[in-house]
Design a protein around this ligand. Structure first.
Ligand code: NAD
Length: 470
């Protein structure tokens, strides 16, 4: 697929150059883009003004930004009046500045917030279908934008985000909080210290029983918005493949330095049959003709395997339709050892060839403490001064690092190429699964920049620069 596009773009270059006058700059820059957001950083934004759209999960971001010094919630937007009021009360209780309020003028009122010159960053936590339109509009209006997962669903949407980010020189990051999980960052640390040897394989997943969530309930005060499960089920009814790949995949990509020395090459994907949603629909919703008669395309379990150009493999699974305890798998395998999660188990051989023949709980806990990621040590310091929660602390750390990077003019931990290469799986896994697991090329959204892009390193924040209360 990327080959076709590249060929098209090469062919289009000369025509595009000639047509610039007639069609504006967009096409010319589209051709010229060359992965330049890999190291992009803006000037420091010392007083970060954040506009949040979507006040369900968006409230987690608001909690984080309210704790982090050097910025504040400057604007909020939601079509749901009850949710706007809840956030206003939350901010008032925290004695935070009162934000401007958008959303009361209808479902496109987020545009006014994106146009607001007193907002630097749009934090997009809306239902899936709004992720790309809001991100594009925000960048076109000079804003950096961060978007909840998945930030896009098709290859074309991914290219649009990449090209717009490159042309406007605005950050476009995906809010993949799981990359900041304690276990995920421990794994990153072990891998980058070389303790697991050469990394050849990883596994990640989103295994979360969502069969009985409030799919058919509208929020009383929504005024048009609904519980997320409702729009999610509607999406899953018509899509197969893996429509929520990033929680499990993102951390493995960080371990393997994907887009920073390696990149995805191709994938294969298969869906199991669908039983779970239909069983619950018939069994628990007999009085609801829509639910009880529901035909859901999404299989109970999707399993996809990615091959990277350096020859590694990544297995990603998605299952929201059966009884299963929550798990992201989090398995990273190297020549000298393995880390796997749910529960956390680590085995590292002591000398070459000696092998690792069993998991030892005591050793696992020793390694966990000894190799805790620096950012998690910093989090422990902050936790002595204030409660930092949200999915065990990873939500806070994501907002902390994001704020720190923007305030200090640093590149972000996850850039638009990461967003695109992780999110394009939504379309590519579905196409593969629809075609007996046919192999699908994965585009190189960096257009070669992955070969020279610097590695992320052991990211942290310097608390001395952040003015946290003592
Ligand atoms: N990273 C995580 O751990 C995590 C957890 C939960 C949800 N999510 C993601 O967060 C996103 C939002 O999920 P949610 O659970 O908050 O959904 P939700 O439906 O509860 O909240 C979405 C909010 O957006 C509002 N909204 C809808 N249309 C709007 C419009 N046109 N203008 C302004 N506001 C509008 C709704 O009124 C609602 O308050 C999704 O992408 C989801 O996948 C991520």
């Amino acid at each position: 697929m990327q080959q076709n596009r590249r060929d098209f773009l090469k062919g289009a270059f000369w025509m595009g150059a000639a047509a610039v006058a007639a069609h504006g700059m967009a096409d010319a820059v589209r051709v010229a883009g060359t992965g330049k957001m890999t190291t992009y950083h803006d000037k420091p934004i010392r007083n970060l003004r954040v506009g949040v759209v979507g006040l369900g999960r968006g409230q987690a971001g608001i909690s984080g930004f309210t704790l982090v010094p050097g910025g504040y919630i400057a604007a909020i937007c939601d079509i749901n009046a009850a949710r706007r009021n809840r956030t206003l009360k939350y901010l008032a209780d925290k004695k935070a500045p009162t934000p401007k309020v958008y959303g009361d003028k209808g479902p496109e009122d987020w545009k006014r917030m994106c146009e607001d010159p007193e907002v630097d960053l749009i934090y997009n936590s809306t239902p899936w279908q709004l992720h790309v339109p809001i991100a594009l509009y925000a960048m076109e209006h000079g804003k950096h934008v961060v978007t909840e997962v998945p930030s896009a669903f098709t290859v074309e949407e991914c290219w649009k985000l990449v090209e717009t980010s490159e042309r406007t020189q605005r950050h476009c990051m995906q809010l993949e909080n799981c990359c900041y999980g304690e276990t995920e960052m421990l794994a990153y640390n072990l891998v980058h210290l070389g303790l697991l040897g050469e990394i050849s394989h990883g596994e990640g997943a989103y295994l979360h029983d969502l069969r009985t969530a409030n799919y058919d309930k509208w929020d009383e005060d929504a005024g048009g918005g609904g519980y997320w499960d409702y729009w999610r089920l509607r999406h899953n009814v018509v899509h197969g493949g893996n429509q929520y790949p990033t929680h499990g995949l993102g951390p493995i990509c960080m371990d393997m330095d994907i887009n920073r020395g390696d990149r995805f090459d191709y994938l294969v994907s298969v869906d199991s049959k669908q039983f779970g949603f239909e069983e619950v629909g018939k069994g628990l919703h007999a009085d609801d003709p829509w639910r009880s008669g529901l035909k859901v395309k999404m299989g109970d379990m999707n399993t996809s395997i990615i091959k990277t150009v350096l020859g590694r493999t990544i297995m990603v699974q998605h299952n929201v339709g059966t009884a299963h305890p929550y798990s992201r798998l989090n398995l990273i395998q190297g020549t000298r050892g393995v880390l796997q999660d749910y529960p956390l188990r680590i085995a590292i051989e002591e000398s070459l060839g000696k092998g690792a023949h069993g998991f030892d709980e005591k050793k696992t806990q020793e390694i966990r403490q000894k190799y805790k990621h620096p950012l998690w040590k910093t989090r422990d310091e902050i936790a002595k001064r204030m409660p930092v929660t949200g999915h065990g602390g990873m939500d806070f750390l994501m907002v902390l690092r994001l704020s720190y990077c923007l305030q200090n003019g640093l590149p972000l931990d996850m850039n638009v190429y990461d967003l695109a290469s992780w999110c394009c799986l939504c379309e590519l896994t579905e196409k593969s699964a629809d075609n007996r697991g046919r192999s699908m090329d994965i585009p190189d959204f960096t257009r070669g920049a992955w070969k020279t892009a610097p590695k992320l390193g052991l990211v942290d924040v310097d608390l001395a620069k952040m003015n946290f209360p003592a």
